[in-house]
Design a protein around this ligand. Structure first.
Ligand code: AMP
Length: 394
């Protein structure tokens, strides 16, 4: 086997996702998920070809989980000898990191320091990095930052209107997240349409959700901010709220800051309003006549349309609007409702095209629509693999 494969690792607080990718062909040769780390009922599911291996049992920590997962590569007859790099998804790169970065002790220290900006994410990313360095000590490890694509947001879009000195001292600005996805998808759109001078809106609607406005290859705005909490309504996150709510809860409900953090990140959004965070479950509740679920859906669509409207204006007109990620790729209903009634703005969805389900990039607007509306599947793992391979092998 040639040394050309990349192992992509996305290490979260209680789970690790991994994928063995051939960056040249774009093929995923294996993928897996280590879940319930630190619990007695841990699960690892490992896919290769059309086959699956499963491990169930206690998984003490990330290192134990990843060691078991690496064993599954062997068990399935796949060697990791052909791996030229491990690509790590790192959520927050702060002001420091905006390029794919070869991981050294100093880089790990800096990513750890940035945990103050991403307390839920960066520590888990570091755990994944430490473990991969231990298990594959001779392989180059590369960090790819979720914030990188938004590094050059215009000052007016990245600056919060708060005391400038305080902002400066504490690194408070809008960083944006899901950058790997927005960059990959907007690049695919340019390829698909055959133009690189497009005004684009990209809607990454997954469990986390974000929107971006892109002119040519420059991002001019994005919906997430200092943290991935700002912007659209998400599976479990509130998105935009009046910051006064935080003060009110602190003073009146006597909630401490960690409780408020939990509330806004884990118990809000679609879940907070309806009790479920998956759109398939939400649809079932709505069909059963559940009013709270219907309201959650309406709030979600309302916020989404507000951002689309803002970005239409910021861009001064748009050529392409693209839906991606779990909800964006799969929910024809969300796509239709997000852009309903915009014929006067030259945006018209074709119901038949919108109903098509496949994994290809596709047009869902009518022939007459001045704005092209697309569904483009995202592939963050491939983008990470390509960036890591480019850094390591050139
Ligand atoms: P992601 O974060 O991109 O993996 O997206 C995950 C989310 O996509 C899930 O929580 C669901 O809400 C949504 N999703 C996945 N499949 C479907 C589907 N067939 N229809 C509607 N929503 C879906």
């Amino acid at each position: 086997m040639t040394q050309s494969l990349v192992l992509v690792i996305n290490s979260g607080s209680s789970s690790v996702k991994y994928q063995l990718v051939d960056p040249a062909s774009g093929d995923a040769l294996a993928s897996g998920l280590v879940e319930r780390i630190g619990e007695d009922d841990g699960v690892i599911t490992h896919h290769y070809g059309d086959r699956e291996l499963e491990h169930r049992g206690p998984i003490a920590d990330h290192a134990a989980g990843m060691r078991l997962a690496f064993g599954m590569f062997e068990e399935s007859g796949q060697s990791l000898d052909g791996v030229c790099a491990v690509g790590h998804r790192v959520v927050h790169g702060g002001e420091v990191f905006y390029e794919p970065t070869l991981i050294t002790d100093d880089v790990v220290a800096e990513i750890t320091r940035l945990s103050e900006l991403a307390p839920l994410h960066n520590p888990a990313n570091v755990t994944g990095i430490d473990t991969a360095r231990e298990l594959l000590p001779d392989v180059a490890q590369v960090a790819i930052f979720d914030t990188a694509f938004f590094h050059r947001l215009p000052a007016a879009a990245r600056t919060y209107a708060i005391d400038a000195e305080v902002a400066q001292q504490y690194g408070i600005r809008r960083y944006g997240f899901h950058g790997t996805s927005h960059e990959y998808v907007s690049g695919k759109v340019a390829e698909f349409v055959g133009r690189d001078d497009l005004n684009q809106i990209v809607l990454h609607l997954g469990n986390g959700a974000s929107a971006s406005a892109i002119r040519g290859s420059e991002v001019i705005d994005t919906s997430m901010g200092l943290t991935p909490l700002e912007g659209l309504v998400m599976g479990t996150r509130s998105g935009d709220i009046d910051p006064g709510i935080v003060m009110h809860l602190r003073r009146s409900a006597d909630m401490d800051i960690d409780a408020i953090d939990q509330l806004l990140n884990r118990r809000s959004g679609i879940k907070g309003l309806s009790g479920v965070n998956d759109f398939r479950e939400l649809r079932k509740l709505i069909d059963a006549g559940n009013d709270a679920a219907k309201l959650a859906y309406d709030v979600y669509i309302h916020r989404l349309r507000r951002y689309i409207g803002a970005y239409l204006l910021e861009l001064g007109g748009v050529d392409v609007i693209t839906f991606t990620a779990g909800v964006g790729e799969n929910s024809s209903e969300v796509r239709a409702d997000a852009l309903a009634g915009l014929g006067r703005l030259g945006i018209e969805i074709d119901a038949e095209r919108n109903a098509v389900r496949n994994h290809e990039a596709r047009v869902i607007s009518t022939e007459a629509s001045a704005v092209t509306v697309l569904v483009v599947p995202t592939n963050e793992e491939l983008a990470i693999a390509r960036a890591a391979a480019a850094l390591v092998v050139g």
